[in-house]
Unconditional design. Structure first.
Length: 385
């Protein structure tokens, strides 16, 4: 029975104010301490500032493969939200646990650690890994660092369970998300002599036209069995800015856009098409008039999609553990796609509902947390002899 211990741990975790903008080091050292107490071999990786860290921990035999339980330690801000209770103090009422991060996703982390504490580590027949990451909410930055490190070390678990709130449903797919800012620098001039300047706004317009052309191509590439809504990769132009007046050639322009790929090959196609278009068409034309003209494409955030696969051992295992008779796909992005890219069979399954995430009075139903604990207990039976 791991629920009471899970609640204790959760109360501690909620008290760490790990909003993505702030450091998560205290929470990581708290988790590392608890995992080391189980005899875990821990690897801590940090971001460039040294104020954020991931911990990757392994218990059980020192051999390839194994099962990974993964969650992010950061939470979204509470500023400008109207909370009834202190968001960083766990409060229970009517079978619900209130606090920032209860469902997204410290509840799962607490359950995972409590589960680890119940195991007779010497009896594990395969490695059990834990990954607790930073900066998921701002683009899965910590998981990217972690996955790069694992790849370098040649550590590839067989199965990853990412405990984002799915109400314990088995989620085997989500779209990716790629956000990009493209900046155009041309040459200012009088509007009456357009050939003497380089109009950044006009080149931005042509860039956008190419993106809209791609949008049609992407629609036709939707996988026949796609369960996403809509089933294809989408493109959105989010913001256009540039220029100063009607009668001045615009020297600067900026386009903020994003895409939500249903398959990695779509994202590759869009990036390659745009890069070719910039390099072979737009930029040479601009620089023929003014050699300092430039176009830069800055990726602001990229979250890999989780592609539903015919063969997915994680899906099969967790469906069995939860008794689910179906699986689904969701609209929100998670770290699962990054693990899939590493070669891990990954799914998303965790307690609580995404409907309560990111909101004031975020809560997690105790019943949901209990379901998660019971799923992990069944996993424990599978992992020990
Ligand atoms: Zn989350």
């Amino acid at each position: 029975m791991t629920l009471p211990r899970t609640l204790e741990l959760l109360a501690d975790l909620i008290a760490f104010e790990t909003v993505s903008a702030d450091s998560n080091l205290e929470m990581i050292s708290y988790l590392t301490e608890r995992l080391e107490a189980l005899g875990a071999r821990c690897i801590v990786t940090r971001d460039k500032t040294g104020t954020k860290a991931n911990v990757f921990a392994t218990i059980g035999p020192d051999q390839p493969g194994g099962i990974l339980l993964s969650g992010h330690t950061d939470v979204v801000p509470v500023a400008d939200q109207d909370w009834t209770t202190d968001p960083f103090k766990l409060a229970e009422s009517d079978g619900k646990l209130y606090g920032r991060g209860t469902c997204d996703m410290k509840g799962f982390i607490a359950a995972a650690v409590a589960f680890g504490e119940t195991l007779d580590v010497g009896k594990l027949t395969q490695p059990l890994h834990f990954a607790f990451t930073y900066d998921e909410e701002v683009g899965c930055l910590g998981a990217q660092t972690l996955v790069d490190d694992l790849s370098e070390r040649g550590i590839v678990p067989d199965i990853a369970i990412i405990g984002e709130p799915t109400e314990m449903r088995v989620i085997e797919g989500h779209k990716g998300c790629f956000e990009c800012t493209t900046r155009f620098t041309g040459l200012e001039g009088h509007s009456s002599a357009p050939d003497d300047g380089v109009n950044a706004a006009e080149y931005a317009a042509r860039y956008i036209s190419k993106l809209l052309e791609l949008r049609h191509i992407l629609k036709s590439r939707a996988p026949a069995d796609s369960r996403f809504e809509p089933p294809w990769t989408t493109v959105n132009i989010g913001q256009i800015s540039g220029g100063v007046a009607h009668n001045v050639i615009a020297s600067k322009a900026e386009v903020l856009w994003e895409m939500r790929p249903v398959q990695a090959s779509d994202a590759d196609l869009v990036k390659k098409t745009l890069a070719d278009y910039v390099e072979h068409s737009l930029l040479p034309e601009m620089q023929a008039v003014h050699s300092d003209s430039n176009i830069t494409q800055e990726a602001i955030a990229e979250v890999e999609g989780l592609e539903p696969m015919e063969e997915n051992a994680a899906r099969d295992l967790v469906a069995e553990l939860t008794g689910a008779n179906g699986t689904g796909v969701v609209a929100f992005a998670t770290e699962a796609g990054l693990f899939q890219k590493l070669g891990v069979h990954a799914i998303v399954c965790g307690p609580g509902s995404i409907a309560q995430a990111h909101k004031a009075d975020e809560f997690l139903e105790i019943e949901q947390l209990d379901m998660c604990c019971r799923m992990l207990t069944r996993l424990g039976h599978r992992l020990t002899r």
